[in-house]
Ligand binder design. Structure first.
Ligand SMILES: N[C@@H](CCC(=O)N[C@@H](CS)C(=O)NCC(=O)O)C(=O)O
Length: 227
């Protein structure tokens, strides 16, 4: 029997790269197995974790194993999910809808300062008073992008219906909550919608049960009120 899709992910609390395609697979209605690997320890940060190298030539997770192939990038996995799932609206293909792709790609390839200073740590709560200017620029760009999408499409989700764009920005919603980023009311509502998504809530519960701590992120703001 041919095995079904297997998604290999990193720690749920920390790996925003893993959360995005996992949501895409769920939201696309694809049934799949998942295997969690602990990122951290020898080789971490250099793409040299032995257990990861066994399944991913890039040394990074997530990886989707399907139909005898290995797909080793979160955007490629999400696109596969959108193409093979039951919900075509997840990643629409008309010209005007290519904006969804732009929003996804902007998140996938950008916001380096935000990734550096607001690394994902779902269960953590700290209040950060000020950000470096490049991080502030990233936060403001995300506010601007979300506002423009929500106004244009007049729906609860960025592009009217729930799409991969929402999956790609969901880790940002957790980061804003973790680090206490003040949000205008209309964006607070959108963040609330993302954080109350049933699939995300399941991921969050599993993340809260993880025991490992990856020092690079947890040591950043050691005085925080961590839960
Ligand atoms: N471009 C890749 C990035 C994936 C990535 O950076 N994964 C991190 C985990 S969140 C990783 O596996 N790091 C292992 C390491 O740096 O050693 C994607 O979109 O999937």
């Amino acid at each position: 029997m041919v095995p079904g899709p297997l998604l290999i992910i990193g720690n749920r609390n920390y790996s925003s790269w893993s959360l995005r395609p996992w949501l895409a697979m769920r939201w696309a209605g694809i049934s799949f197995d998942e295997r969690r690997t602990t990122l951290g320890g020898p080789g971490y940060g250099r793409s040299k974790i032995a257990e990861v190298r066994e399944v991913s030539a890039s040394g990074k997770l997530p990886v989707l194993q399907v139909d005898g192939e290995s797909i080793w990038d979160s955007l490629a996995i999400s696109e596969w999910a959108a193409a093979h799932g039951t919900r075509a609206a997840l990643y629409p293909i008309t010209a005007s809808e290519y904006a969804v792709r732009s929003a996804v790609c902007e998140m996938h390839g950008g916001f380096a300062a935000l990734r550096r200073d607001l690394s994902m740590n779902i269960r953590r709560r700290v209040q950060i008073a000020s950000w470096s200017s490049d991080t502030r620029d990233d936060i403001e760009r995300i506010f601007e992008l979300w506002t423009a999408c929500l106004q244009k499409h007049r729906g609860a989700w960025l592009f009217g219906e729930r799409s991969l764009a929402d999956a790609f920005y969901l880790p940002v919603a957790t980061r804003f909550r973790t680090y206490g980023v003040a949000l205008p009311a209309h964006l607070a509502k959108y963040v609330e919608l993302l954080l109350s998504d049933a699939d995300f809530r399941e991921w969050e519960t599993a993340a809260s049960e993880e025991v490992e701590r990856i020092d690079q992120t947890d040591a950043l703001y050691a005085t925080g009120d961590e839960r």
